[in-house]
Design a protein around this ligand. Structure first.
Ligand code: GTP
Ligand code: SPV
Ligand code: MN
Length: 613
């Protein structure tokens, strides 16, 4: 049995409630040792992981890890939000009573860490001193060392965050037990995995994975699911899957902040790391605040504020290259301490590669291993087309490594929000951008976000589905209550943000090419949106929002074919009318949806019918 008291004393972890919690789960899981971790332990833990073969070197100060081959993405099916109140049951939160799930998870975890070290990771999901810091403290317990190394990169980790709490009991209890990955029946009817947030007890119990959002509990489980619930229960804030950027206009000296939700693997990281297009770079600078999570609240001065609770980036590797995202490549350069997971790896040269890193994979396959660890050179002709890297392979790096990180990202104040955008992978219907000035219509638009699902979740890649507010996998309570809370929080702000729906992914119906080049050029529609808010352009009114007139978009230095441009700036009335029927069915699932949302829906539908084809 682990000497818990001694380990906690050695680390100076004095919070009595934390000590009680650690002792309880050390006993339950049967861990052999307990070790308290802070960010200062990184170098030692990296060395231990290298020695144990859990990490391999990937050039100077960079590391490679491989997760179990059936454990490479979030599992939506196995993810549950529990409370003791059935009224919290929504459509997407997979609600189950805590009285059922807590004992079940405790059973799974009992004795499951025998022989292992239980790492105690005290963390804070906010800049220190932020208005929302009381909801940001947590302690992850994990029996996997690489999870600790990811947590150190993704969250602020240190003992003081927990010792200094005003209310010593106000922290999230986040327990991660890996389990025997080779015997969990992943994806079968006998699946043993469970990823449960007991939201009204602020307790997270995840069993059966060591990858990404299934295991880094500060990020998705606390930063999104628990935060969403806490924000609602306290009536104080929203926890959203949003990126958050600053745009500085060097000519006027003005700073703007835009946040927005796109479903997993749909462009948040790329947008947040965006460099202004060359022709606009003299005037505009984009700075990175966050790429996956934002918490929003109304500040003392009555304005809507946002901040990124995270401390790092867990970014999609696929298609990251010098053209699409040079900022990401700088962020994972030698010396950054980056951990790559499930990309292709060459132990002989310590290089990594993923699809889209270069147009063709390395010509000399000698030494190259695919994401499963199998030599590329041994592949049969039938295997030749299989990807080298897993599509959901990722890099993990801290915010300090991101070249366009905002100077004030760590400031407690957060930043005032000028605009909120929604978007997703939508191959038809959705234009490049449509602006929405009315709050209820903005919330309605978010709730009806429809997009192709991606490889970031198991087994849904390519499915067209609704992903309300890009929160479908992170919904923590009922959608009707969620809509009400969103209207209340944002509605209380003295200055209303402008909303917009964007789409970088519309395709030519014939040959399938993307009609908009995307990436850096995505700044252009965002600049138009800010100009619209400032009254500098007027756009073209349609039933589904205000679209840019072609001459209002700054297309300097671009070469988009006229017919492509026309298509992405047009509303296809018949297709939209069909969509309104689908939306009606979608919204009907949600109990207690506020009247404002239904009114917005009926208004858009009526305006659409009245519009000329
Ligand atoms: P999560 O971390 O899963 O929440 O994802 P994310 O929304 O941050 O997605 P990310 O920015 O990592 O993008 C995922 C994929 O979309 C990558 O393969 C990108 O190359 C691709 N992508 C991003 N932006 C664009 C764009 O403007 N156009 C096109 N065609 N692809 C893009
Ligand atoms: C997502 O899937 O939306 C992510 C990655 O941001 S994970 O942390 O695995 O959830
Ligand atoms: Mn995400």
């Amino acid at each position: 049995m682990a000497d818990v008291e001694a380990a906690l004393d050695a680390a100076g972890l004095s919070n009595p409630k934390v000590r009680e919690y650690v002792a309880y789960y050390a006993e339950l899981t049967g861990a052999e040792r307990v070790e308290v971790v802070t960010a200062a332990d990184d170098a030692r833990l990296i060395q231990e992981a290298l020695d144990a073969g859990e990490l391999e070197p990937a050039g100077e100060g960079r590391y490679y890890s491989r997760s179990y081959h059936k454990d490479t993405a979030r599992s939506e099916e196995r993810t549950i939000v529990s409370t003791s109140n059935e009224a919290d049951k929504g459509v997407y939160n997979n609600w189950r009573p805590s009285s059922e799930m807590k004992p079940l998870l405790h059973d799974r975890m009992r004795g499951a860490s025998a022989g292992k070290t239980m790492y105690v990771v005290p963390y804070l999901m906010s800049p220190p001193g932020n208005d929302l810091a009381p909801w940001a403290a947590g302690v992850e317990l994990t029996d996997t060392r690489t999870v600790v190394l990811h947590m150190i990169r993704m969250a602020r980790v240190g003992v003081d965050y927990l010792n200094d709490l005003e209310d010593p009991d106000l922290f999230v209890r986040a327990v991660h037990v890996t389990g025997d990955l080779e015997n969990l029946g992943q994806g079968t009817p006998d699946d043993q995995r469970y990823f449960v947030t007991v939201a009204d007890e602020r307790t997270i119990l995840h069993f059966g994975s060591s990858y990404g959002g299934n295991a880094l509990l500060g990020k998705i489980a606390h930063g999104l699911r628990q935060a969403a619930y806490d924000g609602w229960a306290s009536k104080k804030f929203l926890g959203e899957q949003y990126m958050l950027i600053g745009i500085h206009d060097k000519e006027t000296g003005k700073d703007y902040h835009i946040c927005g939700g796109f479903p997993s693997a749909s462009g948040k990281t790329n947008l947040a790391m965006m460099l202004a297009p060359d022709t606009l770079g003299d005037r505009y600078h984009v700075s990175f605040y966050g790429d996956d999570i934002a918490w929003l609240w109304v500040g003392q001065d009555g304005r809507l504020y946002g901040m990124n609770p995270e401390y790092g980036v867990f970014g999609v590797a696929k298609d990251t290259n010098e053209n699409t995202n040079p900022t990401a490549l700088r962020s994972v350069a030698p010396g950054t301490g980056t951990i790559f997971t499930n990309v292709a790896y060459n132990p002989a040269t310590q290089e990594v590669w993923w699809e889209g890193r270069t147009p063709e994979p390395p010509a000399d396959t000698t030494g190259w291993l695919d994401w499963k660890g199998d030599p590329i050179a041994d592949r049969s002709p039938e295997q030749a087309g299989e990807p080298w890297a897993h599509p959901n392979s990722r890099f993990t790096t801290t915010l300090d490594n991101v070249p366009n990180i905002a100077q004030d990202y760590d400031e407690p104040a957060g930043v005032p929000i000028d605009a909120i955008i929604f978007g997703g992978r939508t191959r038809d219907r959705e234009p490049l951008i449509r602006a929405i000035t009315d709050l209820a219509e903005g919330v309605y638009d978010g709730l009806t976000l429809g997009a192709e699902a991606t490889f970031a979740a198991e087994g849904v890649d390519g499915q067209l589905r609704y992903d309300p507010m890009s929160n479908r996998p992170f919904m923590a309570y009922s959608e009707g209550d969620y809509a009400r809370h969103y209207l209340d929080v944002v509605g209380a702000a003295s200055e209303q943000p402008i909303f917009a729906h964007v789409n970088w992914f519309q395709r030519d119906p014939e040959d399938g090419h993307f009609l908009w080049p995307g990436y850096r050029d995505n700044l252009r529609p965002l600049l138009w949106l800010l100009q619209l808010k400032n009254g500098e352009v007027e756009g073209r009114r349609t039933a589904v929002g205000i679209l840019p007139k072609e001459e209002e978009l700054n297309l300097e230095g671009m070469d988009v074919p006229a017919e492509d441009l026309e298509r992405i700036l047009t509303i296809d009335k018949a297709r939209w009318q069909q969509e309104m029927g689908f939306r009606e069915e979608h919204l009907k699932q949600f109990a207690n949806l506020p009247d404002e949302i239904w009114e917005a829906h009926r208004r858009v539908a009526a305006d659409l019918d009245a519009e000329e084809a």
